[in-house]
Write a protein that binds this ligand. Structure first.
Ligand code: ADP
Length: 404
């Protein structure tokens, strides 16, 4: 079984063709700057990557290039589109409608469209990807996998904002979370790694990349997460500020004479590691500068780890303890120094990092010391594989039911 995983952005189309039995990525690539004169298509198998500058008017044109590259030319991996059994689409916002991945039909498309009000750029882009696949592969089973569905289990006390209730009723303003596919994947893998049932564990998963979020998973059920109505909330990130005093927004608008869009830009694109260090949103550059004595880079580094610590404390309090903490994504998987700073001083809470294990190793592994009551794991995330597995699950279930 081969599943094509599509992650469509407003001007990009990322894809992976995954063989489910072997879990192998047969080919992957990206079409970028779709709709502009400088569009290009990168397509590769293993380290063999081909880049073509080629015009793409829209997502339909990009999809046609992707399917052509998969089935012909030097980097072809399948003989015909019949070898693609199903397509899985990443969709950012599933709102209150989707607590699980869903087979894409007209009703699901209408709901994704309706929810675009909550994630305008993202859901519209996903629809462009979905429509492009419908046009190029009519009748191919397709499944939508939502970033938010894992968090539909949150209780109202965690997802409501303490603002007038009418705004929730009028606009569905509440916490929806994001990165759900990643949190779900690493939580499942962590339980398998430990040979335990997820439903027996209190777990905190930390997705620390450019975008950062953390989730409290109590006996297999997500009960709180750090991202909110949008992915701006929660932890300090590469360029996003995370939670700040909301009064800063009107203050800046008034004192810097900023429009709504400008202040939005400040919080989404000019804050976080970049805003504090003044150097970069990339933690590697911030680390190098901090080691050379750059004070603001040191501050940025400290703030990032402090922000993770705050949520660890919050979620331990919410669950009445924790058995397993999982770190993942670019920073979580690779930055030994940041992990050291995050877990420093938590010994009295039974959380003890093993410095040697933290420094060495690759792939899925435990990095807590033998005396630690809490197990700390690194689990590399794989959202595409999770989307492919979900797609297969939904399609097989429908086949068994006889509805496909
Ligand atoms: P995205 O949210 O864009 O998917 P990633 O999960 O790829 O982000 O994470 C990107 C972040 O990971 C960047 O800040 C980058 O500096 C950091 N990173 C990647 N490799 C390392 C490393 N070896 N050491 C420290 N930071 C790293």
């Amino acid at each position: 079984m081969n599943v094509l995983v599509i992650n469509a952005g407003s001007s990009s189309l990322k894809y992976q063709l995954i063989n489910i039995e072997s879990r192998e990525v047969l080919a992957k690539g990206i079409c970028e700057r779709v709709g502009s004169d400088s569009a290009f298509h990168k397509h590769g198998i293993d380290d063999n990557e081909i880049v073509h500058d080629t015009p793409m008017e829209d997502h339909d044109a990009a999809m046609a290039l992707v399917l052509e590259a998969l089935t012909s030319g030097p980097n072809k991996v399948i003989d015909s589109l019949d070898e693609i059994d199903a397509v899985g689409h990443r969709v950012v916002q599933g709102g209150k409608y989707f607590s699980a991945s869903a087979f894409i039909d007209d009703d699901v498309i209408a709901k994704i469209d309706e929810l675009a009000e909550l994630a305008p750029l993202h859901n519209k882009a996903a629809l462009m990807g979905i429509n492009a696949c419908r046009h190029s592969m009519p009748g191919k089973p397709m499944v939508a996998v939502f970033d938010t569905s894992f968090f539909q289990s949150l209780p109202p006390k965690a997802y409501m904002y303490p603002i007038p209730y009418e705004y929730y009723e009028k606009y569905s303003l509440r916490k929806y979370g994001a990165h759900g596919t990643s949190h779900r994947y690493v939580a499942d893998r962590a339980a398998q790694f430990l040979d335990e049932n997820l439903s027996d564990l209190k777990m905190i998963t930390c997705h620390l990349g450019n975008g950062c979020s953390m989730t409290a998973i109590d006996h297999g059920v997500a009960i709180d997460t750090s991202m909110g109505l949008t992915p701006l909330d929660g932890l300090m990130m590469g360029t996003r500020c995370g939670s700040i005093d909301p009064a800063i927004v009107p203050f800046l608008m008034e004192h810097e004479d900023l429009t709504f869009n400008e202040v939005n830009d400040v919080m989404n694109k000019q804050s976080g590691l970049l805003g504090i260090s003044g150097i970069s949103n990339d933690l590697r550059s911030v680390r190098t500068a901090s080691e050379e004595g750059h004070e603001r880079a040191q501050l940025a580094y400290e703030m990032y780890s402090h922000s993770v610590k705050k949520y660890l404390g919050q979620y331990i309090a919410e669950m009445g303890g924790v058995d397993v903490i999982v770190v993942t994504a670019g920073v979580g998987e690779n930055c030994e120094k940041m992990r050291r700073m995050i877990f420093a001083g938590l010994q009295t809470m039974g959380i003890i990092l093993d410095p040697e294990k933290n420094r060495h190793g690759k792939g899925e592994r435990e990095i807590s010391s033998d005396e630690s009551q809490v197990q700390i794991l690194i689990i590399p995330t794989n959202e595409e594989l999770m989307i492919a597995l979900d797609t297969l699950d939904v399609v097989e279930h429908m086949r068994l039911e006889g509805t496909l």
